[in-house]
Ligand binder design. Sequence first.
Ligand code: KG4
Ligand code: ZN
Length: 329
Amino acid sequence: MIVLGVETSCDETAAAISSDSKILSSIVSSQLIHSDFGGVVPELASREHELLLNSIVEKAIQKAGISKTDIEGIAVTRGPGLAGTLLAGVCFSKGFAHGLKKPIIGINHLEAHIFANFLADPNLQFPFVCLLVSGGHTQLWLVEALGGYTLLGTSRDDAAGEAFDKGARILGLGYPGGPEIEELSRGGNQKAVHFPRAFIKDKNIEFSFSGLKTALLYYMDSYDKNGNITKADIAASYQQAIVDILVSKLKQAIKQTGVKTCVVAGGVAANKSLRKAMKNSFTDMRVLYPDLALCTDNAAMVAYLGELYLNKGVSSAMDFDIDPNLKLA
Ligand code: KG4
Ligand code: ZN
């Protein structure tokens, strides 16, 4: 089945074509207009999606080497995300589906992130534990089947991606903060500054990142630029604290469930220190993460998951709504 995927949950305008679970094309346009604001401005993002969607979808179709009429179904992110940006993608996709007289399915963005791991390895087997780490979510899931998800733990405040973004702002870096902190950390000493690691010794699976961010803020208040500790040292220490927290809770989730495979999903999964720490910490386990380009927001994961559902005969009624707070289970 040939499926067009559309993703506009935040500030990436993305379209992709999948065919028999293979990605024929994946186009992502990251909006640059937000960089001056240190974060995403929802209204600007919605307008930008409206401007870009048509040409991005055309590009995806062209690159896939198909024509519009070859498309057999449309998959579009319906939540969670920003209301206005989700609406832009869903309205566009409904018009597209209506024009082609093809089925449409509204996709959960978080579920699509998890399923991006099947693009890394189509033979990935259930059950597995997924560490889902994006800009808005830090969660551990037991994934037993398509649609079979059990939440093992979540963050009680900020998400890991948010910790990177807010930390970057404190350090005077740009947005998104994850890649900026990762870049600055290179060559830095991760042991130079001790940052708190909330709940790391607790047995419960729960995350908290707000204290870490505050600790960085206080540290920078009294930071001596002329001392021995460089900004790279601070960034590396801060990044390491986030990685340690994530790995320790993943360890507990694995112990609790007894599964032998773990995967990572979401933008923070692109972090090389996290990927390395996971490989080193789980030597007796199968550890998987999507290709770098499929960790952050993209439409390939939406098209792939949409095709799975559409192939099972599952689709959405044309009047389905967006849900900015859509949950996974
Ligand atoms: O999944 P995603 O693209 O969008 C959401 O669904 O939220 O995740 C975005 C988050 C941002 O917080 C960004 O700073 C973080 O992922 N991120 C990273 C890296 N690349 C993106 N965090 C750490 N290291 C990276 N290389
Ligand atoms: Zn995302």
